[in-house]
Design a protein around this ligand. Structure first.
Ligand code: DGJ
Length: 737
């Protein structure tokens, strides 16, 4: 009897397990998130937790997705589940979490179980998948959002957090994304910055443990590091081969990127706002939306990944990414703060002589009680300085217009010098600790953009300029200080925790920019930050272009622009010819022509030949800028590995290309030992190869009289005799009709 009942119990258990197991198996949900070439596969496990099972090439047969989930099981009894799609903390997981909270009752545990998911077709090219997760114990939910730009193979991911607990919940960590990449030996390239040394790459093999790239600077948060990254799955990143993921957090505040190699040698990538000093108190019913994490995956190396990002950025992110851009002459390096109305009007003649579209008046035009004659005073007092500009900005706009030149102006609206009327009148608008000594960065402090009055102030600076000068055609928006002594008078008075400041600052900035764009949708604005301290995809929603660096030495710019080009399209990359170095004017112009061309020189000091060259080069630029701005970029010869650099832009129809070639090491006598192998052309077409931007009087062997097949140009290449005396060569390649 006893034996029989044990047997029955056993059978019952087996049946139960079978039924239960079957049910669970039936419940396993597959969530394929697919672009043209790639698939990010989420699936639920037997505990209803969502895992990131696969991120790689798109499979031919969707039916095999279920097989994929069977191939991997990353459950580790020591630490939990390593491939969770959004790792909670305080329950089964002891990995680095993506989210960490304290519930209304003080409990610190969080479980997130799958509830449902939807995939919406936004349009022919965009799908949006939303996965809803809930805590079974607390009324707390998270939705994971994945927007896929199908043709571009770009993924945009963000998270929304909301609860209905009886009181506030504290969010300690609230990442935008938690990716899991397997089957690799991962190499990570990150980009480190300093003033005049932006985008310095550093590649290394990731080893066990967590590599953290973060910023705590509050604003201009990329001054020291950029959140942009290149991840290569097997060996060092290659331009044409291998699986790579490139991306960036679209956030202009503190960020934290965590790259963890786990006990399976797989990569956990957690990206989001830096939790540093940023606990967020979330009220019942309030939704916390994280910034977007934007990335692409390429199975053909970094070249394809960059083309994906450029295509996406131009079409969906950068303001007016497919629109026109203005060539310009800036006066910063020509005059610094030392100018007056007469001098500026004279410089309009330079702009006219060169043939650029616009004159850009830089820093130093404003403030009266504390005139802006250096960087120690006046910031915040946005009235024309009556000594320098007795007839105001309006006069300059009109004078420029008489010469058929557009006029643009510099502002730095988020900042204040302590020596200013703004500071005297509104010390409560300044981020500072009133009980402690002030700490300055370039003699200035940051305004508290969490305060709606400050947002109005910032909006009004721009609005007033345009209302008074409707013909104003361009804004350069600078940002030179980081946040020290983080404390907001406004948050304090409104009983909002100070730990919201870093977030509310950025949101306040976006609000001000939203208003500006609502009223002035397409006015070109340059995003500058004491050089390139602030280049992120979110800011580029509001800006048509960015300033990569104050360092305009063309030799160094080749390397910098090469690195920026991994992520940002040339149409948004401002490149100016200046007197920063002694390189030839031709070399400078040729380098600057790879982006959006501008000048910051005293043009009337150029000799006749230099002037003749510049004028011709600007005309050439006008004729080929469409190819550079909207063509596909091929980085042909890497200056980090060679004595030269070569980059090529090709129109999508493969009929026209511009190839930029530069010597980067003049100590080597013979650079032109081998041909440069071109890319992106049609093997079956015939092409002419013609050198443009020739120095007046010089004759090139590449005169366009000969034709070459695409086959030859792409498989053998062409030797263009780049050498010590010909340090930069620009080629125009045209298909023969
Ligand atoms: C820093 C910018 O990077 C420069 O181009 C220039 O605008 C100065 N600020 C003006 O102060």
């Amino acid at each position: 009897m006893k034996y029989r009942s044990v047997c029955l119990a056993k059978v019952y258990l087996i049946v139960c397990l079978a039924v239960y197991g079957k049910n669970l198996a039936a419940q396993n949900v597959l969530i394929p998130i697919q672009s043209e070439n790639s698939c990010l596969l989420l699936s639920t496990d037997n505990q209803n937790r969502v895992r990131m099972t696969y991120f790689g090439k798109r499979l031919r047969n969707n039916k095999e997705h279920r097989m994929v989930t069977k191939m991997y099981d990353y459950t580790d009894s020591n630490i939990g589940i390593t491939n969770s799609a959004y790792t909670p903390s305080g329950t089964w997981n002891i990995n680095e979490p993506a989210i960490q909270v304290t519930h209304a009752d003080g409990n610190t545990s969080l479980e997130l179980k799958y509830v449902s998911h939807t995939t919406k077709k936004v349009d022919e090219n965009i799908n949006l998948t939303t996965v809803l997760l809930k805590d079974p114990v607390y009324d707390f939910q998270v939705s994971l959002n994945y927007k896929v730009f199908i043709q571009q193979n770009v993924f945009e991911q963000w998270v929304e957090i909301v609860h209905q607990e009886p009181a506030n919940v504290i969010l300690h960590k609230y990442s935008s994304a938690n990716l899991y990449l397997n089957d690799g030996k991962f190499y990570l390239t990150t980009f480190h910055n300093e003033w005049a040394k932006e985008m310095q790459p550093s590649e290394s093999k990731l080893s066990r443990g967590i590599t953290v790239i973060e910023s705590k600077l509050g604003t201009r948060t990329m001054l020291l590091k950029n959140s942009a990254f290149v991840l290569s799955a097997n060996g060092e990143a290659n331009e044409n081969f291998g699986t790579v993921v490139l991306g960036q957090l679209a956030w202009s505040g503190n960020f934290k990127m965590e790259y963890e190699i786990d006990s399976y040698d797989n990569l956990r990538l957690i990206a989001g706002i830096n939790p540093y000093s940023s606990q967020y108190t979330l009220q019942p019913g309030e939704t916390f939306k994280t910034p977007s994490f934007i990335y692409t995956i390429s199975h053909n190396g970094t070249g394809q990944a960059s083309r994906n990002l450029h295509d996406w950025a131009r079409n969906f992110q950068v303001l007016d990414g497919n629109g026109d851009r203005l060539t310009l002459l800036n006066n910063w390096e020509a005059t610094y703060f030392d100018f007056n109305e007469k001098k500026i009007v004279e410089l309009f003649d330079d702009a006219k002589a060169l043939g650029v579209d616009l004159f850009l008046l830089d820093d130093g035009w404003f403030a009266n009680k504390y005139p802006r004659n250096n960087d120690r005073a006046g910031l915040g007092d946005w009235q024309e300085n009556v000594k320098k500009l007795p007839h105001g900005v309006g006069y300059l706009v009109k004078e420029a217009s008489k010469k058929d030149i557009k006029f643009g102006i510099w502002i730095e609206p988020e900042m204040v010098n302590p020596k200013s009327e703004l500071y005297e009148n509104h010390p409560d608008w300044v981020i500072r600790q009133p009980e402690r000594p002030e700490v300055y960065f370039r003699n200035q402090l940051v305004l508290d953009l969490s305060n709606p009055e400050v947002q109005d102030f910032v909006f009004n600076i721009v609005d007033k300029l345009f209302v008074e000068n409707p013909e104003l055609a361009f804004i350069k928006w600078d940002c030179n200080a980081v946040i020290f002594n983080a404390r907001s008078d406004y948050l304090g008075k409104n009983k909002i925790p100070q730990t919201h400041l870093y977030i509310e600052y950025v949101k306040g900035l976006y609000k001000a920019l939203e208003r500006i764009r609502a009223k002035y949708p397409k006015i070109p604005m340059m995003l500058c930050s004491g050089g390139g301290g602030r280049v992120d995809y979110e800011m580029l929603k509001y800006f048509t272009e960015f300033w990569p660096s104050d360092n305009t030495d063309p030799l160094e710019r080749i390397f910098m622009q090469w690195n920026y080009s991994y992520f940002f399209p040339s149409v948004a990359t401002d490149c100016h010819v200046t007197n920063w170095s002694d390189e030839s004017v031709k070399y400078k112009v040729d380098v600057a022509s790879m982006g959006k061309l501008g000048f910051d020189i005293v043009a009337h000091e150029l000799d006749d030949t230099e002037m003749q060259f510049c004028k011709q080069a600007i005309q050439n630029y006008d004729s080929f800028k469409e190819v550079v701005w909207r063509g596909d970029l091929y980085r042909l010869v890497n200056p980090f590995e060679n004595d030269m650099a070569s980059l090529m832009f090709v129109t999508p129809d493969k009929n026209r290309a511009i190839v930029f070639n530069y010597v980067v090491n003049t100590r080597v006598k013979n650079i032109a030992t081998e041909p440069i192998t071109l890319s992106g052309l049609d093997e079956d077409k015939q092409y002419t190869v013609k050198e443009i931007n020739l120095w007046p009087g010089s004759i090139s062997k590449n005169n366009g009289n000969q034709t070459f097949s695409g086959d030859l140009l792409m498989n053998v290449g062409i030797n263009i005799k780049l050498n010590k005396n010909n340090t930069s060569i620009v080629l125009e390649i045209k298909a023969v009709e």
